[in-house]
Design a protein around this ligand. Structure first.
Ligand code: VGL
Ligand code: ZN
Length: 223
């Protein structure tokens, strides 16, 4: 059986890491040694993603009016800018990963020399984009990254996903990888969540979709 695995390292950026990140995920920096070890394995493609927002991005609470503009809490309804019939609920965040700022940089402990591609996402101010493939709108999709063509052109069969945050960008990237037809694996030990209490719900979605969550030892054995 053909097996061409890719590793996708999601949003391991300053703003998602303690101590100073604007949207710091608890334990975010702790996964780096394991991610660096995984990067030494013979993956067919190694991709990093970066959340990379303009300052007027729709997901920033600071760009909305009170009272429904509380970071981490407020959820707003946004319309597909290309089709007002399609709506999505989305959470608001502190300003984070603004393009060109320190917060948007990959953290320096990460061995960035190993990456074949670095994908910047969330650049269209009109839409949220947790998934490294595309925004959540479908009819039509507003913004797509080059990730799917990169993986398809490389003949990738299996996608292994690590990084931040387990309950947002890792989750939506895994779901889209599966929808694109890749065998999809999330290395649970190499992720951390904004809200760890939401993980059982996330893992239920994975189970329904055939996305598998594995530990680090299993990942090392498979690659
Ligand atoms: C993310 C919240 C907002 C993530 C990105 O990388 O999981 N979370 N933007
Ligand atoms: Zn973001």
């Amino acid at each position: 059986m053909l097996f061409k695995p890719a590793l996708i390292v999601v949003d391991l950026q300053e703003d998602f890491c303690p101590p100073d990140g604007a949207l710091a995920v608890q334990g975010g920096r702790d996964i780096v040694p394991l991610v660096n070890d995984l990067l030494t394995l013979p993956f067919h493609a190694k991709v990093a993603t970066k959340d990379y927002h303009p300052p007027d991005h729709i997901s920033f609470a600071s760009n909305h009016e009170p009272p429904n503009n509380v970071p981490f809490i407020s959820v707003i309804t946004i319309k597909n800018p290309l089709n007002a019939e399609e709506v999505e609920e989305t959470r608001l965040w502190p300003d984070h990963c603004v393009r060109g700022t320190k917060g948007a940089e990959l953290i320096p402990e990460l061995d960035t020399s190993k990456f074949d591609h670095i994908i910047e996402k969330g650049q269209d101010k009109r839409v949220e984009m947790y998934s490294a493939f595309a925004d959540p709108f479908l009819s039509p999709t507003v913004s797509r990254s080059e990730l799917a063509p990169i993986l398809h052109d490389a003949g990738v069969t299996d996608v292994y996903i690590v990084g931040l945050a387990a309950d947002y960008c890792v989750k939506y990237t895994a779901v889209d990888a599966r929808k694109h037809g890749f065998n999809t694996w999330v290395v649970g030990d190499a992720t951390r969540a904004v809200d760890p209490s939401s993980l059982p719900e996330v893992y239920k979605v994975y189970e329904e979709m055939g996305i598998r969550v594995i530990g680090k030892d299993d990942a090392f054995q498979r690659i």
